[in-house]
Design a protein around this ligand. Structure first.
Ligand SMILES: [Zn+2]
Length: 193
């Protein structure tokens, strides 16, 4: 059902002139809203600047095209890699996992795997953040649920336990649905008023 509307791969040819993008080329990437989600454009800067569009991009950013690296060594992945986990979670598009997806994206941004390209405010006070994978250029459209600072710790724990294989997605989803019944009353918690 879900067409992975929130993950978009970077194109290898210019979306406007159809010529292959060369390593190191300056490109403009853009997301266009469509009824079914987003359509992604990756274009030569010159093609983009030539104008003639009759639509406004939902989001756009400048970048440099890096040719995809041929993956030669196909080692079996031992444990879940954080980028793969994000890909899986973003594709699920499950509201119950919203906090986990967002915190994982922030962790990947801090470890320089993702770069934030744009932020879009939504009507309800939440934000939609657009992250790009530095390596392969894939785009992730992630809802920022504006979780409170004190909630981040427990969510990070969930992410870590997913990465280590200690928890499954089903368990995490249930826990979030139940209203975050994580262990309360452990040491060092103060409630200010
Ligand atoms: Zn072009």
């Amino acid at each position: 059902m879900s067409q992975d509307w929130n993950i978009k791969s970077r194109g290898r040819v210019c979306s406007l002139c159809g010529v292959a993008l060369e390593d190191g080329a300056r490109i403009v990437s853009a997301l266009k809203e469509t009824g079914a989600g987003y359509e992604r454009f990756d274009c030569h800067e010159s093609c983009w600047n030539a104008g003639g569009r009759d639509w406004e991009p939902y989001s756009q950013w400048d970048g440099v095209f890096s040719a995809p690296v041929r993956e030669e060594k196909k080692e079996p992945v031992k444990k879940e890699d954080a980028g793969e986990l994000l890909r899986k979670l973003a594709a699920l598009d499950d509201p119950a996992l919203g906090n986990v997806v967002y915190v994982l994206a922030v962790m990947l941004e801090r470890s320089k795997i993702l770069v934030e390209r744009d932020v879009k405010p939504l009507g309800d006070g939440s934000l939609r953040r657009i992250y790009e994978d530095r390596k392969n250029g894939d785009t992730f459209v992630i809802l920022d649920p504006r979780i409170r600072l004190e909630e981040i710790g427990p969510v990070q724990q969930q992410v870590v336990s997913l990465l280590s294989g200690a928890s499954t997605l089903g368990e995490i989803g249930e826990r979030e649905d139940a209203g975050g019944g994580a262990e309360a009353g452990s040491a060092g918690k103060e409630e200010g008023t």
